[in-house]
Design a protein around this ligand. Structure first.
Ligand SMILES: [Zn+2]
Length: 424
């Protein structure tokens, strides 16, 4: 084998990123709405690259595109790599596109060095992973695995007078075909699915040496969309401390207690993040009024939903204590639980071995965000993820990524594919 994908593939990958960025430019960032003309055009461009690489191209009934580089033994289930083509409104260029480009780069490299893998290698480009336009995430991969419902396709677009189903139809696909409850492809023909994705958080970027990550699991969550704290509104000058039932003080007290517990839980090794993303006083709140009401959200995530559940129980306990001490009342709306997703341990071990082989230092880390890989993994296909360091977070136009970090991730993917049938 001659040459070096990590070095020689840079131009190929950069050209894809640049072209797609131009195609979907929207102000500072990019917009590629799921099931839109823009998403279709990007997929068409990427299909053209697949054609140049002599890949066999198929589109499933949800519009996800499968591009196959045939292996020596076509009866073996395929190795699939890819991600989503869409983006959030005015988001970054690499969220999703990095995983597709990485898979394409591996196919490009195999052609370049005249390498035929033992089994088929497939580039999978999925549609509509982001929830921002229709309030529903993973539409392409849910349809693909037989888990999209007709009710999902009735969801309204955030600003257009159209449903998801109508947007799907406008792209030439039939919502009823995508919601039969059956997978759109034979999932047993997939040996492994690997999604490379930017981290979207600061962990890898803060490391000098470990710019690539192997995902240990995808965090599930326990949430409340609305918690209300009811106290008593009163004059801010006329009421002394002992007579107050201040909803803001009570809410701050509760959040502070949970923050302290969070530190303790982290110190004893639990995986947990805790966020109050929305916190409001009532519409009648004023500078001279002791606040009688707050509303806030709760979002706790962990690789173990059991951890979330126990932290949630503690939250209720502390709310009870604060309510008692301060003469307020907390009301919680329905608890929403999303299961954590396991990544396939054996496949992850292969990723780590491949990284070692490729000379790429990696860190094991949890994924805080959800991904198509979780949907595919939860449907029984062995799935795993490679993370690449990126800057300025994600889901914003300032999202950035260094191409040299990305190429390290691509190299790990390539070594995983190359060694897949060489290992026992
Ligand atoms: Zn993504």
């Amino acid at each position: 084998m001659t040459g070096d994908l990590q070095r020689d593939g840079t131009k190929f990958c950069r050209s894809i990123f640049d072209t797609v960025r131009k195609m979907s430019a929207d102000g500072l960032g990019v917009t590629r709405q799921g099931y839109s003309k823009g998403e279709t055009e990007v997929l068409d461009y990427l299909k053209m690259i697949g054609q140049e690489l002599r890949l066999e191209i198929n589109t499933d009934l949800a519009g996800n595109v499968w591009m196959c580089l045939p292996g020596k033994n076509r009866d073996l289930p395929a190795f699939v790599a890819g991600s989503h083509a869409d983006s959030v409104p005015q988001g970054g260029n690499y969220d999703g596109l990095a995983g597709i480009t990485a898979a394409l780069a591996v196919a490009w490299w195999m052609r370049r060095i005249n390498y035929t893998p033992e089994r088929d290698f497939m580039v999978l480009m999925m549609r509509c992973e982001e929830s921002s336009f229709f309030g529903k995430a993973y539409v392409g991969s849910l349809a693909l695995t037989g888990k999209l419902t007709l009710a999902d396709t009735a969801l309204k677009h955030r600003s257009l007078d159209m449903t998801l189903g109508e947007c799907i139809s406008a792209c030439g696909f039939v919502p009823a075909d995508m919601t039969t409850g059956r997978p759109l492809v034979d999932l047993s023909k997939i040996a492994a699915f690997v999604e490379l994705h930017i981290e979207q958080g600061p962990t890898l970027d803060s490391s000098e040496t470990e710019r690539v990550g192997i995902v240990t699991g995808i965090r599930g969550n326990v949430r409340h969309k609305k918690v209300t704290c009811l106290g008593q509104t009163a004059h801010s000058g006329a009421v002394d401390k002992q007579y107050r039932h201040d909803a803001v003080m009570a809410t701050a007290d509760l959040i502070h207690r949970m923050d302290k517990h969070w530190d303790e839980w982290l110190a004893r090794g639990e995986d947990l993040v805790f966020t109050v993303g929305v916190l409001k006083t009532s519409a009648t709140a004023a500078i001279s009024v002791i606040p009688g009401e707050t509303t806030f959200t709760i979002d706790m995530r962990s690789l173990s939903v059991d951890t979330c559940e126990r932290f949630h129980a503690l939250l209720l306990e502390e709310a009870e204590a604060v309510a008692h001490e301060r003469g307020v009342k907390f009301e919680f709306d329905r608890k929403i639980v999303t299961d954590a997703a396991k990544v396939d341990a054996a496949l992850s071990a292969r990723l780590e071995a491949a990284a070692k082989e490729a000379g790429v230092a990696v860190r094991r880390l949890a994924s805080g965000a959800g991904h198509d890989a979780a949907v595919i993994g939860n449907s029984g296909v062995p799935a795993a993820m490679i993370f690449v360091a990126n800057q300025n977070g994600s889901h914003n136009p300032y999202e950035a990524m260094k191409i040299e970090d990305f190429m390290k991730g691509v190299n790990v993917l390539w070594h995983t594919v190359r060694d897949y049938d060489a290992q026992p």
